[in-house]
Design a protein around this ligand. Structure first.
Ligand code: TAP
Length: 477
């Protein structure tokens, strides 16, 4: 049983000012796996004051000093990878191989990337007589979701540290353990007091206190559209910078010259990774309408190949994160059936033999882009397949979405893939499986306004200052 009752404020583990706790449920067993403290506005006040105080010195540190700190974090992070993976499995149900693998690996990948970017990042550029200086924006509130808990924290905390900002992290109540271990890692690495602070608790209390706080300069939020909008409204009177990374309903386009069976099966299996709880998941699979029968057979094969069960065992898919998430997904599956979508595989209820735990059947529907399940983010292991007539039609369907986070294009002709990718109105497009920690990640439209990852993530934490006449031209003659 885990017990994380203290917050990390001003370089110390401290008791909450008003003691209050909540139990954390293991989604695989529906049993209590531990207890955390829930913070209050008074804890936020303390954390913000610590971050404000630390900003005056941390913002003035040299690149080398910050590199040293990040390298120390990297050494500690590597040492505690196993623990992080186990925590992720327990808190949100990722299978061990995924928790220890991709979940923890994304964190270390972003950390290594932040270190490399920091080594050469141009904080100052001189053009003519004007010096442009990139300065840390100040005290940052980092509010994260539960779905890829370490990834979401890593893309915020490491660039914030690298750029000289100080911060208060508010992890998700549903997945608080890995954040707690990361705070221990940061403490052990010797990050100066007040630079990194962490308060656990509910979004409505801690998140709102941070979003409205006059001493918070910037908010980086990843999560749902509704909460993103609320944060922006709360932050508006203070004219804070609000970076939003929100939801998606991304198109995965299988072009006609691709190996259809192989790509559709892989896309169906890929949709089920992390129980489909991935903002950038290719949740709309677009296939040539003329080959729909072939695609259906391949999707069935791909989804049926996904083993579901106890995440501590050797399975491809564990449960979804919570009862609420399970119910939401079931509602969408029922909606798909009532809307007349064709069920290819899966459907309502738990997979056979799993009577306890928030397990969902890997599900595939064939539908059209105007249905609810074709338009809304389900955030579960539910793939919708949509047929297209030709490439222009595929692009039209892909872009006919309120979201614009990601896109996937697979095909044999690289030039054609590139041309399709260029036409997608999304912030991130993977062509034939391309992946890059240095590529900017973020959305168009209702998927948000921020850009994280690599060098682009640094800019979210920086102000731009122009010093005009910094280097006046030498006097004539
Ligand atoms: P949310 O319910 O939006 O929660 C995200 C975070 O915001 C949690 O820490 C939550 O706290 C907090 N929060 C809740 N209400 C708040 C408020 N009024 N003010 C400030 N903070 C508040 O999202 P979720 O259910 O955790 O995550 C799923 C959603 O996130 C999906 O829509 C998904 O697409 C999106 N997502 C997007 C991305 C990117 S990169 N675009 C990545 C991952 C997820 P609690 O602890 O109380 O919940």
């Amino acid at each position: 049983m885990r017990e994380y009752l203290k917050f990390y404020i001003d370089g110390q583990w401290v008791d909450p000012i008003e003691p209050k706790t909540t139990n954390i449920i293991n989604p695989a067993t529906e049993e209590v796996s531990g207890t955390i403290s829930l913070g209050s506005v008074a804890d936020v006040e303390k954390a913000v004051a610590a971050a404000r105080k630390a900003f005056s010195s941390w913002s003035k540190t040299s690149r080398e000093e910050r590199l040293k700190v990040l390298l120390a974090i990297q050494a500690e992070y590597e040492r505690r990878q196993q623990e992080l993976g186990e925590a992720i499995t327990e808190e949100m149900g990722a299978p061990s191989a995924l928790g220890n693998g991709f979940h923890v690996g994304l964190g270390s990948g972003h950390l290594a990337t932040a270190i490399e970017v920091l080594k050469t990042f141009e904080f100052e550029t001189l053009r003519g007589a004007t010096l442009t200086v990139k300065e840390p924006i100040g005290v940052c509130a980092l509010i994260t979701p539960w779905n890829w808990p370490m990834n979401q924290i890593a893309v915020k905390v490491f660039p914030a540290l690298a750029t000289g900002c100080t911060m208060i992290l508010k992890p998700p109540q549903l997945a608080p353990y890995s954040a707690q271990i990361l705070a221990e890692i940061i403490h052990a690495a010797g990050v100066p007091a007040g630079v990194f602070n962490m308060v656990q608790g509910s979004g409505s209390v801690i998140g709102t206190a941070l979003s409205t706080h006059p001493e918070v300069d910037m908010i980086s939020f990843t999560g749902s559209e509704s909460v993103g909008v609320e944060i922006a409204k709360n932050a508006a009177p203070g004219v804070k910078r609000v970076c939003q990374e929100l939801g998606g309903k991304s198109a995965h386009i299988v072009l006609d010259d691709a190996n259809l069976a192989q790509n559709v099966a892989a896309a169906a299996g890929g949709m089920m990774v992390n129980s489909g709880q991935t903002c950038s998941a290719g949740s709309r699979l677009l296939v040539p309408l003329s080959r729909m029968d072939e695609a259906i057979a391949a999707a069935r094969q791909g989804a049926e190949g996904v083993t579901v069960g106890d995440p501590k065992s050797n399975v491809a898919m564990g449960p979804v994160v919570s009862k609420g998430q399970y119910n939401d997904i079931q509602r969408y599956i029922e909606l798909g059936l009532s809307e007349g979508a064709k069920l290819v595989v899966g459907g309502p209820g738990r997979p056979d033999g799993l009577d306890k735990g928030y397990y969902v059947k890997p599900t595939v529907f064939v539908t059209t882009n105007d249905t609810t399940i074709g338009r809304e983010e389900i955030f579960g292991p539910v793939l919708v397949m949509i047929g297209y007539d030709d490439i222009d039609h595929a692009v039209e369907i892909a872009n006919d979405s309120p979201f614009g986070l990601a896109g996937y294009v697979v095909g044999a002709d690289a030039a054609q893939c590139n041309a399709v990718a260029r036409q997608l109105r999304t912030g991130w497009v993977s062509i034939n499986g391309g992946f890059d920690f240095n590529a900017a990640f973020g959305g168009y439209k209702k998927s948000g306004n921020g850009r994280e990852w690599g060098e682009f993530g640094f800019h979210e934490y920086l102000e731009t200052k122009s010093l005009l006449g910094y280097a006046p031209a030498p006097a004539a003659g």
